[in-house]
Design a binder for this molecule. Structure first.
Ligand code: HEC
Ligand code: HEC
Length: 441
């Protein structure tokens, strides 16, 4: 992108070829006070809910199906098949009795550090964000219909997957949840959220856990989403990587390659102009020209395959095809990459990221990890000259071809952002969930 070959190198090479790690750290360390204290009982309840298919209309998919710790809290494929398929990752197959209507339009993102207060926008297009002007304190696609009283934006986020037909609710008139969504009954008695909490009321272990934490009153969906958020915050906090130790000034040796990559990232390649701050994101939106695959993002009455990203939220032409800069924490564990997941490795992604025009021309669908869905060709958009031209017209910078050495150094640096304790998980995958439904392991 911005080719800023100007900053002084951070790397000082001594005679032995080892990097002298005395240069000033390029960013401030993560502020540990940015993670709010979490009640253990709430996080334990959230763990059960996160893995329990009871929150899906047809009781066949949980949050963990698309955000699995074994797949870096994502699902290891480009575009998820939600409700109507079985299995995990590349082994996920459509259920012939209940075929998914389509793949999800965007890649399932990883969930690292989302409890930190610096994450105030959610989704690839930021359609959920903190907004002090709303009663609920949050701006969402539901507008005034949104419930108030969340612990934060992460909690608000958890209220949505259960409403989406292709994610968790199931198709129209298959079950009482999707039926309520179809007729627009989301909030209030008999609404989709209320119907889901009714299911929990009927399961003694959930009822007693909610009573212990919130009291004997009727379970509210905001409590469900607060519990799930608490779980995500504790389980996938990832601020103890070698890079964090380095930022905190602790005794740690990063490899010469990683130091060189850090130097490129914060220096001449200008990665940090967007991947800024301790989590390597400015939480803002940029058009970087990634190849588009999948069904695109459209409303029911629209007929096109484009995904115009942030533009769909703001209507501002400056936001056409712009997507949120992702945090790069644990990025080595979260392949495939980009908002469509088109690229299977960091090496292939980075080459394409910096040179999108060359990348569209060279894109080969065979590299994209995508389980088959009969009757669906997810690569139509990538072959469309019209979509390609529209996407690339939004990219403000010229192609920058990275050398293999630069890519190797960047990948080595990105490896220092891996916090092994967060990958291992703290609570892990539960043996069973209170509904007795199967757990994705
Ligand atoms: C069928 C797959 C699927 C299921 C099931 C699913 N998600 Fe997601 N999740 C996604 C996709 C895809 C996105 C990105 C959507 C977008 O940006 O438009 C996403 C986005 C998110 C985000 C936003 C992350 C960020 O940084 O923007 C959070 C948090 C999240 N999901 C949590 C959950 C929770 C909690 C559940 C269960 C209640 C859940 N998801 C169920 C696929 C899924
Ligand atoms: C102009 C802002 C900008 C610059 C400069 C930039 N990026 Fe990005 N980066 C983004 C955005 C936006 C995305 C998401 C793009 C998408 O999904 O369509 C992204 C995605 C990524 C991803 C994929 C992460 C994932 O989880 O899928 C990696 C890795 C990455 N960038 C690394 C880099 C590196 C290394 C550099 C420097 C060589 C760099 N970026 C320069 C904005 C930028």
């Amino acid at each position: 992108m911005m080719n800023m070959r100007r900053l002084a190198p951070l790397l000082v090479v001594i005679g032995t070829g080892l990097a002298a790690q005395t240069a000033a750290p390029p960013v401030d360390p993560v502020d540990p006070d940015g993670y709010r204290p979490v009640d253990d009982r709430l996080a334990e309840l959230g763990q059960l809910l996160f893995y329990d298919p009871i929150l899906s209309g047809n009781r066949n998919i949980s949050c963990a199906t698309c955000h699995h710790p074994g797949l870096g809290t994502a699902d290891g494929v480009a575009l998820s098949m939600g409700e109507g398929a079985t299995g995990l990752g590349m082994e996920r197959v459509p259920d012939p009795a209940d075929m998914p209507e389509q793949r999800l339009p965007r890649h399932a993102p990883a969930l690292w550090n989302l409890g930190h207060e610096s994450f105030t926008v959610m989704f690839h297009d930021g359609r959920l964000e903190l907004d002090d002007h709303r009663a609920s304190g949050i701006r969402t696609p539901l507008g005034a219909e949104m419930e108030a009283g969340f612990a934060g934006v992460l909690s608000a986020q958890s209220m949505f997957p259960v409403l989406a037909a292709d994610e968790m609710a199931g198709h129209y008139s298959e079950n009482e949840i999707s039926e309520a969504v179809r007729i627009g009954r989301i909030t209030g008695p008999g609404g989709a959220w209320d119907l889901l909490t009714d299911r929990l009321e009927g399961i003694p272990e959930y009822r007693s856990r909610f009573t212990e934490i919130f009291g004997p009153e009727e379970i509210l969906f905001t409590e469900v989403s607060d519990a799930i958020a608490a779980f995500i915050e504790v389980e996938w906090r990832a601020d103890n990587s070698p890079f964090d130790a380095y930022l905190r000034g602790e005794e740690v040796r990063l490899s010469p390659d990683a130091m060189e990559g850090m130097d490129l990232f914060y220096g001449e390649l200008g990665c940090a102009s967007c991947h800024s701050g301790p989590f390597q994101t400015d939480n803002a939106f940029h058009a970087t020209g990634l190849v588009q695959i999948g069904p695109g993002k459209r409303a029911r009455f629209e007929n096109h395959m484009r995904d115009e990203g942030r533009f769909r939220v703001t209507g501002d032409p400056a936001d056409l095809f712009a997507f949120r800069t992702p945090s790069l924490r644990n990025v080595t564990a979260t392949a495939p990459y980009g908002h469509t997941g088109a690229y299977p490795s960091l090496e292939t992604f980075l080459a394409a990221h910096m040179a999108p025009r060359a990348a569209w021309a060279a894109y080969d669908p065979a590299i994209t990890p995508m389980p088959a869905l009969p009757g669906d060709d997810p690569f139509v958009a990538a072959a469309s000259a019209e979509i390609r031209d529209a996407v690339l017209a939004a990219v403000p910078t010229a192609d920058l071809v990275l050398t293999d050495d630069e890519i190797a150094a960047l990948v080595a640096f990105l490896g220092t952002l891996t916090d092994q304790s967060s990958l291992d998980g703290r609570m892990g995958v539960p043996e069973s969930v209170p509904s007795g439904l199967p757990v994705d392991r």
